[in-house]
Every structure is written in structure tokens, then in C-alpha cells.
Ligand binder design. Sequence first.
Ligand SMILES: Cc1cc2nc3c(=O)[nH]c(=O)nc-3n(C[C@H](O)[C@H](O)[C@H](O)COP(=O)(O)O)c2cc1C
Length: 306
Amino acid sequence: MTALTDLLGIRHPIVCAPMAGVAGGRLAHAVSAAGGLGMIGARGSASPEWIAEQAALAGVGGTPFGIALMAWVPQLSTQLDAIVALAGEQRPTLVSVSFGDLTEPVTRLREAGLRTACQVGNAADLELALAAGADLVVARGGEGGGHGRDELGTEAMLDLALSTADRPVLVAGGVSTADDVARALGQGAAGVWCGTPFLTCVEADNTPQARAALIAADDTRYSRVHDVAQDLAWPREFGGRAVATPFVRQWTGDEDAMTADAKGEHAAGRERGDTDYTPLYAGVGVDRLTAETDAASVVRALVDGI
Ligand SMILES: Cc1cc2nc3c(=O)[nH]c(=O)nc-3n(C[C@H](O)[C@H](O)[C@H](O)COP(=O)(O)O)c2cc1C
């Protein structure tokens, strides 16, 4: 039906975006069983054992799935080794690497015969991904949830990628409805890469409390607040879009001035499971989340009528 479904042998041009802490093997399996492609989002600290366990959950019965790594993390090389070592039902159909220097990891994966994708947020990222030889490019705009750039909106990033890339382009960032999917395919995208619509699936690894807070939320901010609060080493250019809790609102734009007391308040809030402090990463589509759901229902809603 599209270059994506042909390339990956899947029914629908819908990829459930990798989401560290949310999209593990269970969600990936459920999305792929419903005809899309589910991606496992590996945390920066993910161990080779975690990667193998999640791949086993996702690939059960020969179901296709993908795995995503973050290019900037110190553990990248160990994580690449773990992915390259996966075999049989655990071998991923797609591996994505984003956020940092893409050349080495993409080369390594291609040499191992794996298909690759990179999320790109500006012209330089796009050039890097194409030169590295990524099989798919994911044009990701600032409306998207989680980490990434906030330089170009989704529409502008998609236009840029479609006019430049000589291979299939997916689109990410605020794609929430079947109309959004139809529009993206009409513009020439080979598929969509959606995270936020899957955040309240029961197969996700987030907590029921987090899902309830996401359902209640209707506003987001792009900031470095949660990274600074936790002293995480994300490169500055990759902030993250998250639910606009009072703490996020207070420190957005003022991250470098965050006090030790504020970091302590954040840590204590997370410790007691207070969702005002949990990093609830989500894109602008968060206002469309109205109930707990399941992966098959989300996939069905996204392809309704297309
Ligand atoms: C909770 C959450 C966690 C994310 N974690 C990752 C990740 O581990 N790796 C990655 O490449 N992208 C990650 N992303 C970004 C997504 O892959 C994707 O770009 C984004 O969800 C698309 O925008 P949308 O949320 O508006 O659909 C994450 C996004 C969210 C919402």
C-alpha cells in the first residue's frame, strides 16, 4: 500500500514510535499484531539483557517489531552489540538511531544486515541520516512528544524531507487522527510514526496513574526541565515536550537557574509517585487522549477510512 508497508511487510503504514519507559516489548508486540509496526524504546541505560528480554516479548510467534537507540548515550556501543546479536524471532525488522552522531551506529547496523531509520529534526540531521545510509527517514517536528528538536514544525520538516530524500519518509509529531494520517500519505509520506496516541494503551509500561494524568492533561511545554531536574546528560539541543505541570511551567525557559531545592522537590515528588513531577512526555496530541485504550483500537482508529 505504501513504500513502508512494502519494505517492512506490514499491513498498515503506522509505526508506534519508540518511547523509553512506555513502549516495551508488550506494546510493540500488540501494535505489530494489529498490523502496524511497534518499536521498543530503549532507555539510555538499557542493558543488553533488557534488550534481549523485550525483543523476546515483542517477537513472539515471529511478529515483526523494531528497536530504537539514542545516538548520544555512552552505552550506545554495548546496546548496538546486543541488537546485532539478536537472532531468529528476536531479530528486529527495523532499528532506529536518533539524537546525535548517526554515522557510526547506522553503518554498524547496516553492516549487520539490519534495516535502519533515523528521526531528523532539521536540515543537518537529514543530511547526516541520508549520508549514513538510513533506509527510512522520520521527519519529526517540534509538536512531537518526548525528546527531539523544536526548530521546525511537523509540516515544514515533512516538506523538507520529501523534497530532499531519495528514500521513504515517515512523519512524526502531532499525528493523532485518521485525517492526519490520510493528509500525511497524501503529501507523499510513506507512513506515520506516532507516539502520543499510544500513551494510554494498557499494554504500555507506564503506570495507570501516569495514564490517568495524561488523560486529564491538555497542554504541553517544550523544555529541558525534567533533564535538568534529574541531572541527565541529554545534549542541550534535544529538549523534550512534556505535559505542562506546574513545575514544568515554572522552570521552562529558566532551566539553567534551577536551584538545588527545586531539584530536591522534583526528586521527592517522583519518589512518592506524584504525577506533577513524573516526566510525562507527550506531544500536542495529548488533548485527544480521553480514556485508557489498547493498541489494536489505536491502530484501527488511525487507519479508519484510509
Ligand atoms: C513518552 C515518550 C518517550 C519517547 N522516547 C523516545 C525514545 O526512547 N527514543 C526515540 O527515538 N524517541 C522517543 N520519543 C519520541 C518519539 O519517537 C516520537 O518522535 C514522538 O512520539 C512523535 O510525536 P507524537 O508523540 O506527537 O506522536 C518519545 C516520545 C514520547 C512521547
